[in-house]
Design a protein around this ligand. Structure first.
Ligand code: ADP
Ligand code: MG
Length: 259
C-alpha cells in the first residue's frame, strides 16, 4: 500500500475535473469577501483502471424555485460519501463559524448549509456538492464522512488524495490538522491507518511510505529532510512528467517500511 497523494492529485486536472473545485471556491471569494468563508475540501478517490465520471459542481434552484428535471435532487447526501464507490472524485464544502472578532465588527455569515449537501451563498445562489458541513460540524463527523472512506480505499490498494482548498482564514489548517483538543483529518487518518494495519497484522503485511511536501508560492519543499522547513536549495523539489510515471515530484523522500 503506498500513500501516493501528490501523484493522485496531479492526475485530477488531466481529467478536467479539478477545475470545478476552483470555480466553486473562486465564486465564494467573490461573494463572501473576507469574512465568512467556506473551506472547500475536494476528496479525490482515484480508482484504477480509469477515473469514473462525477459532476463536481451542480447549481441547484434556491428556495421557492421548482427543481427542474435536469437538476435532480440527490437524496443520498452525506451517506453517499461512504457508499457511492462509482464516483471517484468528491467535493465537499465546510463553512467555519464566524469568529468573535468578525461578530464584534458586525459581520454576518453569507454562506449557509442546507440539508446535508447544499451550500448557499447569499439569498439566491445554491450549489449542490457531495456533502456540505456547516459551522457546527464536528471534526469526527468530517473525518468519518470524508476521510475514512479514502483511507479504507488506500488499504484496498487504491491511490487516495484529500485536498483542502480555500483562502487564508477559511479553515484549511483547522480541518486538516485541527487543534490539540479537536484533532483534524490528518491525525485521525494516521491513527486509523495504524489501527487498521495492526488489526490485519496476522493476515497481511502492509508497506506504508510517507512523504510530506509543502507547496507554497509555486515552490515545492520536502519537509521531512533535515531543516526542511527552512527555505534552502537542498530541499527544493520539482514537478516532472514522464510517459511512464505521469506527473510526479522528483526526488521526494519516502519514509517508512513494512509493518
Ligand atoms: P486557513 O488554514 O484556511 O488559513 P485556519 O484553519 O487557520 O484557516 O482557520 C482560521 C481560524 O478559524 C482559526 O482560528 C481556526 O481555529 C478557526 N476555525 C476554522 N475552522 C473552524 C471550525 N470549523 N470551527 C471552529 N473554528 C474554526
Ligand atoms: Mg492554514
Amino acid at each position: 500500500v503506498s500513500w501516493d497523494g501528490p501523484r493522485a492529485l496531479s492526475s485530477a486536472p488531466r481529467q478536467g475535473r479539478a477545475r470545478g473545485t476552483h470555480a466553486l471556491i473562486a465564486g465564494l471569494h467573490q461573494d463572501a469577501g473576507r469574512s465568512p468563508i467556506a473551506a472547500g475540501t475536494a476528496c479525490a478517490q482515484l480508482s484504477r483502471p480509469r477515473l469514473t465520471s462525477s459532476i463536481l459542481l451542480r447549481p441547484v434552484p434556491c428556495q421557492g424555485e421548482p427543481r427542474s428535471s435536469e437538476q435532480p435532487a440527490r437524496a443520498a447526501g452525506r451517506d453517499a460519501m461512504a457508499t457511492a464507490k462509482t464516483e471517484s472524485i468528491k467535493v465537499v464544502a465546510r463553512c467555519r463559524p464566524i469568529s468573535e472578532q468578525e461578530a464584534s465588527q458586525g459581520h454576518a455569515s453569507v454562506v449557509a448549509v442546507r440539508g446535508t449537501d447544499t451550500l448557499t451563498v447569499g439569498p439566491d445562489k445554491a450549489f449542490q456538492l457531495d456533502a456540505a458541513f456547516g459551522p457546527d460540524s464536528r471534526q469526527d463527523a468530517v473525518f468519518s464522512n470524508v476521510a475514512r472512506p479514502i483511507v479504507d480505499a488506500v488499504l484496498d490498494g487504491y491511490n487516495g488524495t484529500i485536498f483542502a482548498y480555500g483562502q487564508t482564514g477559511s479553515g484549511k489548517t483547522f480541518t486538516m490538522e485541527g487543534a490539540e483538543d479537536a484533532p483534524g483529518i490528518m491525525p485521525r487518518a494516521f491513527e486509523y491507518l495504524a489501527e487498521r494495519t495492526a488489526q490485519a497484522a496476522d493476515t497481511a503485511e502492509y508497506v506504508v511510505y510517507l512523504s510530506f511536501l509543502e507547496l507554497y508560492n509555486e515552490v515545492i519543499r520536502d519537509l521531512l529532510v533535515k531543516g526542511g522547513v527552512k527555505q534552502q536549495a537542498s530541499n527544493k523539489l520539482e514537478v516532472k512528467e514522464t510517459r511512464e510515471k505521469g506527473i510526479f515530484v522528483a526526488g521526494v523522500g519516502a519514509h517508512g517500511g513494512a509493518g
